[in-house]
Write a protein that binds this ligand. Structure first.
Ligand code: NAI
Length: 286
């Protein structure tokens, strides 16, 4: 069982006390997909620690809800409408955040979509492109513009949200898996390029986390995964946010180009990726 409070992404489970130190005070963060799930939990947790958070999301309503919640706790945040499919918008929004907040210390490239659940031979090319665009190309563009400003500051901490699907194949989810593998390649390459300029870049690989994103995952697959997960449950957004904050903090000062699994030990299993047919027939993947 998860500890009380861990399920609620509007809380930060006392992280404020852990990180409310000089290092997080007066820092600014740019978080994509801050209107929901992992992005919302991360934005709330950062703000509680004294960070001024710029929340970018395609969904104006949920993004503003996160900002209002943060302000109701007496902390700082603002909303920026951003469609990650729009290259120009990415550049303009990041520039606007830099101008308004004067710096971008932390960036969490989190927004993503699950893509379609279908075998490769039935996948429409436009579905493939759409998943790759949001989950990978947009992460590249966000990093490009974030790093531009971070070089000027001689300081930057970036966390990219990949997935356990960035480490293993997913039967029926090739576009998602390919996009998340790409995020890890980008993370490692960027860590090599910018480590000497005081910019650290890492990634997280969550397992199934209880957010809106998994609402489209067939119930049978979720149940199967819960059954075989060593901790026998889904993860919660706060559990991912806690790890992201650690990677942004100086507690991880020599961690660069790394990715951390947040999956209850799921990635340690020998068999982790059932195909839709395996699940249908309730058998272990072959
Ligand atoms: P979510 O669906 O709760 O949140 C995703 C956010 O991204 C939403 O606020 C949505 O409006 C925003 N977004 C989607 N398309 C966008 C676009 N074109 N432009 C701007 N914003 C856009 O999902 P969740 O679970 O919080 O996902 C966050 C990240 O975590 C994603 O990258 C996802 O792939 C990753 N992840 C999630 C897992 C899970 O089981 N929930 C597991 C592994 C990784």
């Amino acid at each position: 069982q998860a500890e009380d409070g861990i399920r609620d992404s509007s809380t930060s489970r006392g992280l404020g006390d852990v990180y409310k130190r000089q290092e997080f005070k007066n820092k600014t963060a740019f978080v994509t997909g801050g209107g929901s799930g992992i992005g919302r939990a991360t934005s709330v947790a950062l703000s509680v620690c004294g960070v001024n958070v710029a929340i970018a999301d395609i969904n104006e309503q949920t993004g503003i809800e996160t900002v209002d919640h943060i302000k109701s706790l007496g902390n700082q945040a603002s909303f920026y409408k951003l469609d990650l499919n729009n290259n120009k918008e990415i550049k303009n929004v990041i520039k606007q955040v830099y101008i308004e907040k004067k710096k971008i210390d932390f960036a969490v490239n989190n927004a993503g979509v699950g893509g379609n659940f279908e075998p490769i031979h039935k996948t429409n090319y436009s579905n493939w492109i759409n998943t790759l665009n949001i989950n990978l190309n947009a992460v590249f563009l966000c990093m490009k513009h974030e790093i531009n400003f971070m070089i000027k500051q001689n300081f930057g901490r970036i966390v990219n949200v990949s997935s356990m699907a960035g480490l293993k194949g997913v039967g029926g989810g090739a576009s998602y898996s390919a996009s998340k593998h790409g995020v890890l390649g980008l993370t490692k390459s960027a860590a090599i390029e910018y480590g000497s300029q005081n910019i650290r870049i890492n990634a997280v690989c969550p397992g199934f986390i209880d957010t809106d994103l998994i609402k489209k995952v067939p119930e049978k697959i979720l149940e199967f995964n819960k059954k075989i997960n060593p901790m026998r449950r889904l993860g919660y957004s706060n559990e991912v946010a806690n790890t992201i904050l650690w990677l942004l903090s100086e507690n991880s000062s020599f961690v660069n180009g790394h990715s951390i699994n947040i999956d209850g030990g799921y990635g340690c299993l020998l068999y982790t990726s059932p195909s839709p047919r395996d699940v249908e027939e309730s058998r272990m993947p072959s």
